[in-house]
Design a protein around this ligand. Structure first.
Ligand code: GRF
Length: 200
């Protein structure tokens, strides 16, 4: 059985979409994969409540209590390994609205099993404020990207994308809402395809 661990920082709507798909589609039976737990770097993340209501294990690892990024990342890696004890192949780690930049060491030690969702059509608009930047650039389309995480921020291999129109009068908020709806379909879809791939 392959374990899946989700990392969140906020509302957790992408995490919830993946958890709901896993429960609705019985991923343990269908894909040999189960959600092992949800980690947040913020104790006040709304997604923690959603995860607990879904009956999942949760852990809060507050990045503010670590002097070095590498120390925080090591604590996250240790929690993943603890939930993944006996898991084969090693756990798939999904960044779902996780707003910390992980160290190169963490990316390297989880290479090939670390995915992220980013609210733009990468390689356009890596980083923050993606919707406002798309509007300011006059883009006619925007969207979201699921990619494998590498040492390059938002720069890893693209695994899937969803496209939405940018409508006249759109604000960053209205565009973000339209993109988020697609994210909730895209991420579970890409994760399922990833789990069906032969390992190695
Ligand atoms: C999403 O647009 C995600 O792509 C970005 O943060 C937003 C909120 O995500 N990283 P969630 O509701 O916390 O999953």
């Amino acid at each position: 059985m392959r374990n899946i661990v989700l990392l969140i920082s906020g509302g957790g709507s992408n995490m919830a979409a993946i958890v709901a798909a896993a429960q609705r589609e019985d991923w343990p039976a269908a894909l040999g994969a189960r959600i092992a737990g949800v980690i947040s770097n913020r104790a006040d993340a709304g997604g923690l409540k959603l995860a607990r209501e879904a009956g999942l294990a949760t852990a809060t690892i507050d990045h503010n209590t670590y002097a070095l990024r590498e120390d925080f990342d090591a604590a996250v890696a240790q929690q993943i390994a603890q939930w993944d004890a006996g898991g084969d192949p090693p756990a798939l780690v999904l960044l779902a609205g996780f707003m910390r930049i992980l160290s190169q060491g963490f990316a390297a030690s989880h290479q090939g099993r670390l995915l992220n969702i980013h609210p733009s059509l990468l390689p356009a608009f890596p980083g923050l404020h993606t919707h406002q930047r798309a509007i300011d650039a006059g883009c006619r389309f925007a969207g979201a990207t699921v990619h494998a995480v590498t040492a390059e921020l938002d720069g890893g291999p693209i695994l899937g994308q969803a496209i939405v129109p940018v409508l006249p009068g759109d604000s960053a908020a209205s565009l973000a809402a339209r993109v988020l709806t697609q994210e909730h379909l895209l991420y579970p879809h890409v994760v399922k395809a990833f789990l069906r791939r032969p390992v190695g």
